[in-house]
Design a binder for this molecule. Structure first.
Ligand code: UDP
Ligand code: MG
Length: 319
């Protein structure tokens, strides 16, 4: 019999004290079921990354790691955000398979088994895909789905309705780690990496407890992160806008001059001076802003700062 592959489940946690004990018991259950059915090896592990939490998250993770041989707890030096925390966790693993999942149990850990089954069929990457968004508000659903369409229009290859619940083989993960970018948009990078992939559909649940750590402001900035990291269409749009505005101005000039030369009247009024001026002024500012956004990205990339620092790790203490 061939030896079962070892599995790592990576869980970023930011102020998750309210959900953690439930998360522990659910993920413990998932791991032991998989080990018992010999789908994954007995050396499989849970990696919890504390992303600079201000509540009891670290104490809980450390306590759990000390008594459970399947658990590794990692504390980052400060809050670095979900994507960086997840990246830190992924880079800390050594197992054959790596699954990333949120701490709040929204993504249904019971689906991990289906992911492992897909891997067993030979797929290197397995994407968790939300089959429906019953638990999301109309606004969230509308904006999220609109976003995937917009990204696709901009030539960015994303898996529709896939967030960061996925399985990667060691081979895919090692390739993924070769992407050195400072601005992380993991679901885009994984698509960029390629390899044979499959999907597992699931229904997204309500957050088990606590509040979302992604308020509207962060969500918008994350959405823009995705667009600006994977597409230069906004820059192209500026050029096109310049052309269109130029043509319109030309038409207007011809019209104004025509009226002046071929009739006895002239176009009167301050409005025809001020309005185009204000309009073009604001369009220019917006375009400068977009340019600035890309420049800020280059700035971050050029500095090449480390994405995270590990302050400490807690492991099982045999004694
Ligand atoms: N998270 C994190 N760092 C942050 C914000 C969030 O590690 O700065 C973690 C959080 O603990 C959770 C996951 O990222 O495990 C997803 O966050 P959340 O559930 O709040 O997002 P939502 O599901 O509402 O989009
Ligand atoms: Mg959540």
């Amino acid at each position: 019999m061939t030896q079962a592959p070892s599995l790592a489940i990576v869980v970023p946690c930011y102020n998750e004290e309210e959900v953690l004990s439930e998360t522990f018991s659910v993920l413990d259950g998932v791991i032991s079921t998989l080990i018992e059915s010999n789908k994954v090896g007995a050396d499989s592990k849970l990696y919890f990354v504390d992303d600079g939490s201000k509540d009891k998250t670290w104490e809980m993770l450390e306590g759990k790691a000390q008594v459970d041989e399947h658990v590794v707890a990692i504390k980052l030096s400060r809050n670095k955000g979900h994507q960086n925390a997840l990246y830190a966790g992924l880079c800390s693993t050594t197992e054959d398979l790596v699954v990333s999942i949120d701490a709040d149990l929204q993504d249904g850990p019971e689906n991990i088994e289906a992911m492992v089954d897909e891997y067993a069929k030979g797929f290197e990457v397995v994407y968790g895909v939300r089959s429906e968004r019953k638990t999301d508000t109309f606004f969230k659903r509308f904006t999220a789905e609109g976003y995937y369409h917009l990204m696709r229009k901009m030539g960015v290859d994303l898996v529709f309705n896939h967030a960061d619940f996925r399985l990667m083989s060691r081979k895919a993960l090692e390739a993924f780690k070769e992407y050195p970018e400072a601005n992380l948009f993991l679901r885009g990078i994984v698509r960029e990496v390629g390899f044979s992939s499959s999907t597992v559909e699931y229904e997204r649940q309500e957050r088990f407890a606590g509040e979302s750590k992604y308020p509207l402001r962060k969500m918008l900035s994350f959405a823009w992160e995705g667009i600006s990291s994977f597409s230069t269409v906004p820059l192209r749009a500026i050029t096109i806008m310049g052309f269109v505005a130029g043509l319109l101005s030309l038409a207007m000039i011809v019209w104004v001059l025509g009226v002046r030369i071929f009739t006895d009247s002239a176009i009167p009024g301050w409005a025809s001076i001020l309005l185009p001026l204000l309009f073009i002024g604001s369009v220019q500012l917006m375009c400068l802003g977009i340019l600035g956004e890309y420049m800020a990205k280059i700035y971050a990339e050029v500095k090449g700062r480390p994405k995270y620092h590990i302050e400490k790790k807690a492991l099982y203490d045999k004694h």
